[in-house]
Design a protein around this ligand. Structure first.
Ligand SMILES: Nc1nc2c(ncn2[C@@H]2O[C@H](COP(=O)(O)OP(=O)(O)OP(=O)(O)O)[C@@H](O)[C@H]2O)c(=O)[nH]1
Ligand SMILES: [Mg+2]
Length: 284
């Protein structure tokens, strides 16, 4: 029983089903069956690419698939950073449209860039799902986010939501975002979001070129994975994987896949953010 309870710490956070089962004196065997099913579901939510890997033929090189492969314990540790307390306040700080309007924060920072409507604000909202009352505005209308929005996660790090590029981008987008990415000293990682259901588009190539030219470390995140069938998703994943390997220098070789709607990949991304901002060891 201890093993079941011990291995289900994250499970309990994702799917708190075992509590009512225990209260109702359900038999241990049925609890185990339910937990096994939930654990499988939970693994798919936490490590979404593992399900995709199963669809690939065995001869495909998987060496970069699990470069970042934290344990459940590390994932749980990172989760605590995204849970606010009286001493660890998670909140919106300010908006800025120019570099000289950006807040002077010393803590490490990560930012989210991508085409208008790709799901940047939705992803930040999902990352902050444990923060009651925090406002991150999303919209079906492209070009919704017009400013750089800064959110502080205690003294640990800052997340920055950016306006999108491409269709209906703000006029001063280039000035605003390029300057930020090039000049922001505490920027530890840029997350470049691409729509997982359609893959890399022309406008994404321009952003990739910008990241490469500035020599900044960045990572690609495939969004809206709930919109594609696994077979389509795995094809996009492999294409992006190959693209990163052959065409980029500064991009982390392992793309992330998320669904902000179903919370898939969100735990892993939280953990990666904790890692790149140097916070994973601090809280463990
Ligand atoms: N199905 C699905 N829809 C999503 C997901 N993420 C975002 N969306 C939808 O995509 C639309 C755009 O989402 P936003 O998060 O506002 O996109 P954005 O990249 O911030 O857009 P801009 O601020 O305009 O640059 C909204 O209608 C969201 O509900 C997802 O994971 N799955
Ligand atoms: Mg937005």
């Amino acid at each position: 029983m201890w093993t079941i309870l011990g291995s289900s710490r994250l499970l309990a956070a994702c799917f708190p089903v075992w509590r009512p089962l225990l209260r109702n004196n359900t038999s241990l065997a049925s609890i185990q069956t339910v937990l096994k099913l939930q654990e499988k579901k939970c693994n798919s939510v936490v490590y979404p690419t593992r399900d995709l890997e199963k669809l690939l033929s065995p001869d495909i090189d998987r060496s970069n698939f699990r470069l970042f492969d934290p344990t459940i314990e590390e994932i749980t540790t990172a989760e605590s950073l995204f849970r606010p307390t009286a001493k660890h306040v998670i909140d919106f700080v300010t908006s800025a449209i120019r570099m000289d309007h950006t807040p002077e924060l010393q803590q490490p920072e990560v930012c989210f860039i991508g085409r208008s409507n790709v799901g940047k604000s939705s992803l930040i909202k999902a990352l902050f799902a444990l923060v009651p009352g925090i406002e991150v505005r999303v919209s079906k209308t492209p070009g919704h986010t017009k400013k750089m929005n800064f959110f502080k996660v205690g003294k640990a790090f800052t997340l920055v939501d950016m306006p999108g590029y491409g269709y209906r981008a703000p006029e001063d987008f280039t000035e605003m975002v390029e300057a930020y990415i090039q000049e922001r000293r505490n920027l530890k990682r840029t997350f470049l979001l691409v729509d997982g259901s359609i893959g890399i588009q022309e406008a994404d190539l321009i952003a990739i070129e910008m990241c490469e030219e500035f020599g900044i470390p960045y990572a690609m995140v495939m969004t809206k994975m709930d919109r594609s069938r696994p077979a389509v998703l795995v094809t996009q994943y492999m294409q992006i994987h190959e693209f990163i390997k052959s065409q980029t220098q500064g991009c982390f070789p392992q793309p992330f896949i998320v669904s902000s709607l179903h919370f898939s990949g969100i735990h892993l991304l939280r953990c990666f953010i904790a890692h790149v901002t140097g916070n994973l060891q601090k809280v463990s």
